[in-house]
Design a protein around this ligand. Structure first.
Ligand SMILES: [Zn+2]
Length: 353
């Protein structure tokens, strides 16, 4: 899955009726919900109705299919009164994922019913194979019978969260039950929320931090999307997509994280961003003494980055004007810096994470 321009690529989009149509939002959290409804289609219909006052960015149906209803840079109305760990009003900065699921079940005379069937005179019970028995994480929530999520839904939500984390700097994935305990109990114990967090946050947030240097490099590269990749072996980093092209720097160490920003027409090479370090002549750089994440910028049109400041040095990379970097060490005429540069690497040795 891939997010581009605040939309999930290739997913149907059905506009919700209620969302903030004027302000732009920068999402940094994901909130997981269940719909407490009978089907994904019914929820899509409900949110798109002219009378609807609630909404979510995504609805995940029983078969794992995903419908988007609000652009990801717009505030949807899914969280309501909410707070967690000192932050409140989660609608303002979170992406809401509604999973179609009837929610908690009521046990009557040994049979289990959805909340709407329980109200009817002639009730249809839930198949025993769909009943999940489990205590809720919030002590205040005493229900113990829940409707099972399908494997397709769990897989779809996991992949969707990973795609969202690649597109935005997501800090937390929470259940509605965690930001509104007592008032809300979704997604409930039938949903593997802790496993989802461990899976998604561990792979989506490698040691690499999306700092200013990377952001600038991504912007300069005109990449329309980027994916985090992990280098499987010690890998050559080249100027162009060819095994005979000049090396860009020393090989990239195995297990390093890089950003994939494109690929060549054969699909055999990835255009990547990689962090490198080396020595540069002092006269080409301008120090930045402000409080930013980098402390220098290349002011000349281009400059060479070397592995050493000694005469026997060899070229590590050529830097372009505007490249930002961190200064690691200073000598009289040369500075050792760390910068993010663009180059090419063989795709088969890189796994997307
Ligand atoms: Zn909810």
């Amino acid at each position: 899955m891939e997010i581009k321009n605040n939309r999930l690529v290739d997913a149907p989009f059905v506009a919700a009726n209620a969302y903030n149509k004027t302000a732009v939002m920068k999402p940094d959290a994901i909130i997981i919900h269940y719909t407490a409804g009978a089907s994904g289609n019914a929820t899509v219909k409900l949110f798109s109705a002219k009378t609807a006052t609630t909404s979510a960015h995504f609805v995940v149906s029983e078969d794992g299919s995903i419908t988007q209803m609000v652009d990801l840079n717009r505030k949807a109305y899914h969280a309501g009164t909410s707070s967690y760990n000192g932050r409140s009003s989660y609608n303002s900065f979170s992406i809401g994922i509604e999973i179609s699921n009837p929610g908690y079940l009521q046990k009557i005379d040994g049979k289990y019913y959805t909340w709407w069937e329980a109200k009817k005179e002639k009730k249809t019970p839930v198949a025993a194979s769909n009943v999940f028995v489990g205590k809720h994480r919030n002590a205040v929530t005493t229900m113990t019978y829940w409707y099972k999520y399908t494997d397709a839904q769990i897989k779809a939500v996991t992949e969707l969260c990973k795609a969202i984390c690649r597109a935005y700097e997501i800090k937390e994935i929470l259940g509605h039950e965690e930001i509104a305990p007592g008032r809300k109990c979704d997604p409930g114990p039938a949903f593997p929320l802790d496993a989802l967090r461990a899976d998604v946050m561990a792979t989506a947030a490698p040691n690499l931090s999306i700092n200013d240097m990377f952001k600038k490099a991504i912007k300069d590269s005109a990449a329309t999307s980027m994916v985090i990749g992990r280098v499987k072996v010690k890998l050559n980093f080249r100027q162009s997509p060819s095994t005979t092209a000049a090396l860009k720097s020393s090989p990239i160490a195995a297990d390093s994280y890089i950003y994939i920003i494109g690929q060549d027409s054969t699909g055999e090479w990835y255009n990547i961003l990689h962090e490198i370090s080396g020595w540069i002549d002092k006269e080409y750089i301008e120090q930045d003494n402000t409080d930013s994440d980098y402390d220098g910028e290349l002011t000349s049109d281009s400059a060479m980055l070397y592995n050493d400041q000694k005469k026997s040095r060899r070229l590590v990379s050529d830097l372009k004007a505007g490249t930002k970097f961190n200064i690691l060490e200073q000598q009289e005429n040369m500075f050792r810096i760390k910068a993010v540069v663009e180059g090419w690497a063989c795709a088969k040795y890189i796994s997307k994470v």
